[in-house]
Design a protein around this ligand. Sequence first.
Ligand code: FAD
Ligand code: NAD
Length: 477
Amino acid sequence: MTQQADLVVIGGGPGGYEAAIRAAQLGLSVICIERRVHKGKPSLGGTCLNVGCIPSKALLDSSHKYHDLKAGYDNHGISTGEVKLDLAAMLARKDKVVDQLTGGIAQLLKGNGITWLQGSGKLLAGKQVEFTPLEGEVQILQAKHVILASGSEPVQIPVAKLVDDVVVDSTGALEFQIVPKRLGVIGAGVIGLELGSVWARLGSEVIVLEAVDQFLPIADRAIAKETQKILTKQGLDIRLGARVTGTQVANGQVTVSYTDANGEHSEVFDKLIVAVGRRPVTAGLLSSDSGVSLDERGFVAVDDQCRASVPGVFAIGDLVRGQMLAHKAMEEGVMAAEIMAGHHAQFNYDLIISVIYTHPEVAWVGMTEERAKAEGFDVKTGQFAFAVNGRALASDDNQGFVKFVADAKTDRLLGMHVIGPAAGDIIHQGLIALEFGASVEDLQLMCFAHPTLSEVVHEAALAVDGRAIHAIQRKRK
Ligand code: FAD
Ligand code: NAD
């Protein structure tokens, strides 16, 4: 007998499982198909929970603690003994965090009455879904609605083919069993900087080869410049305009050849991480008569509300246009579920926060100064450093600054950019202000608690009009 459901979701990552839960809350019968087997066990949570956001942040936190302890707390009047690294224990802690969270998602689906089918889903014509279980017979499901949420996978490049545990993608870079002496990273994007930082803190000499000759081109220029300066000081050797031409693995090491403005070079590494972007997973997802169209870049084509080209079929997350971020996938999933349940739902694509979880963290929302100018705004900006913030100084974590970009004509905020302690949390103040259409003056008039890191947000807003208190600003008005 054909199994029926109001909604079949293909993919149980952050986009898929949040869509499934919201649809169940709205009274729909839901089946979620997920095929991932992680460390021998079927697992929900997608890239994010299994091999992405969560394990990378677990290692970023562990490596940060190790690095801090190793540097010592003498200036705090605390002396520590010899600091030793137990990498196996560090990796096991990361695995435990992943297990706890992925197990939690399975409980959430169960508690919401959602059926998790373990295996692969393929969309057929007429909103039928072919389900191939991890074990057993193929079944056909009939759905009223379908959400495609199959996510993304690392881009591979012919000049750096993955080889065992020597040339790896981001997943392999979460599993090194010993700290590589010399680590190469291809790509100075988010993954390159985060995972490069992890291994640099644990003792690797890290060289990052980036094809483009500008560092973090999507970030505000002031933020990108400061980030490059700080990460370089931390030991990341970032080489811009470096085009990898080939790799050769021999005796457990890899020789990487590359060219830059100065000619041809080569470096020998113990491990090489290839982190040059991700691409949507569409292989095996759609039958030839499913009716679902892809765009010119291979993503499932959708409108602003994630509707695909077949009525009743939605696609979300890394599988569709836009930034590949877990929170974007989650909001799209919730939006699609609401729409199919007959509600109005919309999501503001102009206000998606970006965070890079280096130390200090880097985060932004809204327009960069460069984009605002390119869009014709008469731009005014304000910037304030953590260096003189009492709380940041007290906790010995005072690098970076907050920057606001605003419209000089209307005083409306256009963007907020932060490099500094807890930037990934502080940036939500900008998100809320921008979403509510706040002016710079709105922020200036608010009373921020003292002593907090957020006072830098207040000062940066004041600085837009030359009136920051803890800086010599001579503008009189
Ligand atoms: P995915 O999480 O990729 O989930 C899709 C799921 O669908 C997969 O589990 C896959 O097995 C399954 N699937 C695919 N095809 C089928 C099929 N035919 N049948 C059944 N199942 C199928 N983003 C952030 O916002 N913050 C971060 O800090 C962050 N850190 C990251 C760190 C790393 C190392 C990586 C690699 C990514 C990181 N990301 C981060 C990106 C984030 O993981 C993705 O944007 C997010 O997981 C996308 O969610 P999704 O639901 O669209 O897809
Ligand atoms: P990315 O797009 O952030 O960076 C890839 C970098 O590789 C770019 O700078 C690109 O110019 C460079 N590159 C491309 N081809 C190259 C080549 N042949 N040689 C040298 N450099 C090359 O991609 P990523 O770092 O792989 O991350 C993939 C996705 O995962 C991103 O979209 C990101 O949003 C997401 N992610 C997010 C977070 C986070 O939110 N903190 C963390 C990790 C990953």
